[in-house]
Unconditional design. Structure first.
Length: 431
């Protein structure tokens, strides 16, 4: 198939170590936990020794902590080091960047949706290893990366840039939306009938699913095997609409530019298996901390990603038989606090408000909370006004916030601007 040949030729040129790393990941896919842990520890030891020798930041940090990477005998030894945040990576990026010579380095940038954009240089091995972890997940769904696929990302693109993107997409057998008119959606759906998978921001997949359902175009995609959401939390309300439109739910690919692929959702049981060949995952106070074992060119060691997650118990066994540890739930970004008149509250509190309602009643509401003034929060609800739902929301808000915050609740709101990620909490106090 021509698309396969073009894709593989491009991969060999841009990611020469990808296939070797993918083959290794497929081999370790059903290893025992002990085998996986042994490989993980070996790669961690190599990363730590390398970072001490080639990254001025970590040389100084290890000395300050009296930490000897050559004496690391357990993953738990990592706890001798402090965790670091994105602000640290930005402030010290010149000293964190490795001084070693790599055959290939590629500039990579975060989107800056948290308000903190970051640009670093990643090695070819790092880039290829991240893609290898992604492609292993594809194989769980019997999907090849060169298969025909649709892509939903931000669409506010300069016309010249759009032409370039369309050309690059064609090399990857990929197509995307550049506007969200009904005509464009219908054309996109015609192409999607021959596609094997669909990927993009989960909120944008949801928005397109709503339009597909309203146009009566649902369940007309016989070749689809996978719908992958990335970069955002997948809310329960998304799944209902997407299931109706495509006949399947969104599956989760969890990671970031800095961490690489952390976990991929399993076809059996809906669990997210941690790619422990490539990362070490710790959780402290409910917040994930990641060490990227491939990040020799810019060491990422004990990085607080900013997400709250729930890990499965150590004795949990996934029905698929894999021994890779499991993430049960990604609750969302820890983010800025909600500021009341007297106290402050975690922004994840809104997640629990609406989760409690869904668990107790089955009623699902998409929301966005916006705070521009201390002690005042606007909550925008996509669903139309419902007296029972309104009462439940107010009861839950009162249970968590009491009288410390005044809430203005608006219903029937269009939440998504369709130009990128959707933030469930926006805090502008003091800006």
């Amino acid at each position: 198939m021509i698309s396969k040949l073009i894709y593989q030729a491009g991969m060999r040129d841009r990611y020469p170590s990808l296939m070797t790393q993918l083959e290794a990941l497929l081999e370790s896919d059903h290893w025992s936990y002990q085998q996986l842990e042994n490989l993980q520890l070996k790669r961690l030891q190599e990363l730590l020794v390398f970072a001490e020798s080639h990254s001025p930041f970590y040389t100084a940090l290890f000395n300050k902590c009296n930490f000897n990477p050559r004496k690391v005998q357990s993953i738990k030894d990592l706890k001798q080091l402090p965790s670091i945040e994105k602000s640290t990576l930005i402030l010290h990026k010149e000293d964190i960047q490795s001084r070693a010579n790599f055959k290939r380095l590629r500039l990579s940038e975060t989107s800056g949706t948290t308000g903190q954009p970051l640009s670093i240089y990643r090695s070819e091995e790092w880039d290829s290893g991240t893609r290898a972890a992604m492609f292993r997940g594809y194989q769980w769904y019997k999907v090849n990366p060169w298969d025909r696929n649709g892509y939903l990302w931000g669409y506010n693109i300069d016309p010249k840039e759009a032409r370039k993107i369309k050309f690059l997409d064609s090399l990857q057998n990929r197509f995307r939306l550049f506007s969200y008119s009904e005509e464009e959606i219908e054309n996109f759906c015609k192409k999607l009938k021959k596609a094997t998978f669909l990927s993009g921001y989960s909120s944008m997949i949801y928005e397109v699913a709503k339009i597909i359902n309203s146009l009566g175009l649902s369940r007309q995609f016989p070749r689809l095997k996978m719908i992958k959401g990335t970069s955002e939390k997948i809310f329960p309300a998304y799944q209902e609409e997407v299931q109706k439109a495509f006949g399947m739910k969104i599956i989760s690919e969890y990671g970031s530019m800095e961490s690489g692929i952390i976990a991929y959702e399993c076809p059996e049981g809906g669990n997210m298996h941690i790619a422990m060949e490539n990362v070490v995952v710790e959780v402290e106070n409910g917040e994930i901390i990641v060490t990227n074992l491939l990040s020799h060119s810019f060491p990422i060691i004990r990085y607080k990603l900013g997400d709250a997650v729930v890990l499965a118990p150590g004795n949990y066994k996934c029905p698929c038989g894999r021994y890779h540890p499991v993430i049960f739930d990604i609750q969302g970004r820890v983010g800025k606090p909600v500021i009341g008149k007297s106290d402050s509250y975690p922004s994840l509190t809104f997640y629990y408000v609406f989760k409690n309602i869904a668990l107790k009643t089955g009623m699902i509401a998409n929301y966005q909370a916006i705070q521009n003034e201390k002690g005042e929060v606007l909550i925008r609800i996509e669903q139309p006004y419902d007296e029972f739902l309104d009462r439940l929301i107010k009861e839950q808000l009162n249970a968590y916030f009491r009288n410390d915050i005044v809430f203005d609740i608006k219903y029937g709101e269009k939440l998504h601007a369709m130009n990128g990620k959707l933030k469930d909490f926006v805090q502008n106090v003091g800006l």
